[in-house]
Every structure is written in structure tokens, then in C-alpha cells.
Design a protein around this ligand. Structure first.
Ligand code: SAM
Length: 280
């Protein structure tokens, strides 16, 4: 037991929180597991935690029990609010719940640094938010770390290295400015109801500055073009980007006959700089 609140099965029964597909709901009911996910986020004492999609509050309880200074939780399903209010009462002044769509809300005014993001989200919302959190207008972003549940296949795309089948835009977008690591693997049965696929928790810590210099928009454009036609040689896949693309590739130390999945982050950054006329 991690707190004096009722077991999650009882919470779900008493508040009639049957999981709804339309909200992408697969709940974690094992409080030992939610405490492990909370611990995977590192030391939470002295940090504000942003949790998107608390549902009946299993992970929320783990975060509070593990010592988070404050938790700001955004939940779209208003049926969950009474259960979350009970957690607020058990942890006075430490849990703020905002009812709404995390894709449409800006929670920044409610958060005080350092901020850690910890969430078990519906998979489609999770990927969209990850992309937003990784591509802010300025770096460093508002968060120090992201600890997020993904379907296993997406988690593998985030941590993939050159040469791997899963290597592509997502790996490069995250690894350019952060360190991602798979910290926990979960079978479908860990959830109620079980999803069709396995899941994994990815812990991402941000770097103070990008690993290699490059203009973010140019890097995104060149990587997108390269992987959109990942089986083609780069001189063909990137033809639309520059009239002398072969010369640009050579200037960046990349063989024009190479394919996108063979090219490491540093070389992609060199190519982005060459295309931008930046000779650093
Ligand atoms: N975190 C809880 C847990 O681990 O048991 C619930 C996980 S469930 C996979 C996803 C939760 O996100 C649901 O409670 C759902 O209502 C909520 N949700 C879905 N889309 C959302 C959105 N756009 N904004 C905020 N919450 C959302």
C-alpha cells in the first residue's frame, strides 16, 4: 500500500469509471507498478510534475507518494474528476487537476521549474505531445525530463541507432537534444483493459544545448526528406532540397549513394549546416 486511499479497483467501481475506448483508456491498477514508473522519473522531491491523462489516478498517487512537490494533472474525461478530488484531499495543496484536452491547453502558467513530465497517455496523444515537447520555439524547453508510456514499437523508434529498422525522424528529433532510454517494459496484461500491444516507458532527459549545431527547421526538413524515401540513395531522396545536392552531401562528408538509415546524427547536422550555408 502506498497511501491510505482505497484500492484502484474500488475507486473505479465506486465512481463507475469503466474504461472508454473513445478516451484511449487502459488503466494501471497496480500501485506497485505506478510507484515504479514514478521512480523511473528520478528524484521528484523539489520538482513540479505535469501528468497528462491521470484517469482514476494510479500514477498520480505513485507520483505523490514518491514525493513530488506538486502534481498538475490534465484530464479530458470529467467522470474521473471526483476520484481525483479524493486524491487532492489526501495530499493537501499538492495536486491540481485541470479538466480539459491537453492538446488544446497550455499548462505553463501553473508550473514552477524544475518541471518533470510523467504520463501514461493514449498512444496517439502521447506521440503528438512528445513531438511538441521536443520542438519548442526555443531550447531549453520548460521540462527537465519526460517519462512517458508508449507502445513498444514507438519506444524503439525513439531510442533507435543508425542502421536499425526503427531508426528515423523520431530518433533524430529526440536524440539531437536529449537522452532517451527505455526504462520499463510492460505486457498488455499490466493494463485494464489490456491493449493489443506491449508497452514501454521511455525516460528522456534534456541536454542544455543541442548535441551538434544546426538550424532546427532545416534539420527537420532534411531528415524528413531523407526518411520519406528511405530506400532511395540520398542524392535522389534529397534532390528537391538543393540544385547541387551531391556537392552539399560531399561537403557534409556523406556519400551521395548512402541511404538515410545509415547516416548518424552528427552527419545530418553537418548536412543541415551545409544547406543553410553555415560552415561551422
Ligand atoms: N494515467 C492513467 C493510468 O495510468 O491508469 C490513465 C491512463 S489511460 C491510457 C489515458 C488517460 O488519458 C485517460 O484517463 C484519458 O481519459 C486521458 N486522455 C485521453 N486523451 C486526453 C487528452 N487529449 N487530454 C487529457 N487527457 C486525455
Amino acid at each position: 500500500m502506498i497511501d491510505s486511499l482505497p484500492p484502484l479497483r474500488d475507486v473505479i467501481r465506486s465512481h463507475d469509471l469503466r474504461a472508454k475506448k473513445s478516451f484511449g483508456q487502459n488503466f494501471l491498477l497496480d500501485l506497485n507498478l505506478t510507484a515504479r514508473i514514478a521512480r523511473a522519473a528520478g528524484d521528484l522531491r523539489g520538482a513540479d510534475v505535469l501528468e497528462v491523462g491521470p484517469g482514476p489516478g494510479g500514477l498520480t498517487r505513485g507520483l505523490l507518494a514518491e514525493g513530488a512537490r506538486r502534481v498538475l494533472a490534465i484530464e479530458k474525461d470529467t467522470r474521473c474528476l471526483p476520484a481525483l478530488a479524493e486524491i487532492s484531499t489526501a495530499y493537501p495543496g499538492r495536486l491540481q487537476v485541470i479538466a480539459g484536452d491537453a492538446l488544446a491547453l497550455d499548462p505553463l502558467e501553473h508550473l514552477t521549474p524544475p518541471v518533470k513530465v510523467v504520463s501514461n497517455l493514449p498512444y496517439n496523444v502521447g506521440t503528438e505531445l512528445l513531438i511538441r515537447w521536443m520542438t519548442p520555439a526555443t531550447w531549453p524547453p520548460f521540462w527537465d525530463s519526460l517519462t512517458l508510456m508508449f507502445q513498444r514499437e514507438v519506444a524503439e523508434r525513439i531510442v533507435a541507432r543508425p542502421g536499425a529498422k526503427a531508426y528515423g525522424r523520431l530518433a533524430l528529433m529526440v536524440q539531437w537534444r536529449a537522452n532517451p532510454q527505455i526504462v520499463l517494459s510492460l505486457p498488455p496484461e499490466a493494463f485494464t483493459p489490456p491493449p493489443k500491444v506491449s508497452s514501454a516507458v521511455v525516460h528522456i532527459t534534456r541536454l542544455a544545448a543541442p548535441r551538434f549545431p544546426a538550424d532546427a527547421a532545416t534539420l527537420e526538413r532534411v531528415v524528413a526528406a531523407g526518411f520519406n524515401q528511405r530506400r532511395k540513395m540520398l542524392r535522389a531522396a534529397l534532390r528537391g532540397l538543393h540544385p547541387q545536392i551531391e556537392a552539399m552531401l560531399l561537403a557534409a562528408g556523406i556519400a551521395p549513394t548512402a541511404r538515410a538509415e545509415e547516416i548518424g546524427l552528427e552527419a545530418w547536422c553537418r548536412l543541415a549546416r551545409a544547406l543553410k550555408g553555415d560552415s561551422r
